[in-house]
Design a protein. Sequence first.
Length: 61
Amino acid sequence: MTAFLKELPQKQRDLFVRRYWYSSDIGTLSELFDMSEGNVKMTLSRLRKRLKNYLEKEGLL
């Protein structure tokens, strides 16, 4: 997981960690990162897909 996170740009890494480690809600992330809620949701969706692909590539899924 750490290797996956290191591959991400800083903003995406921070967004991912705040959502899935600290359980921040979408509204809070939207304000914190100056993004629309829809953009936050789409970015997180894309990051989950990238994580899935990474885990499959590493043979962990």
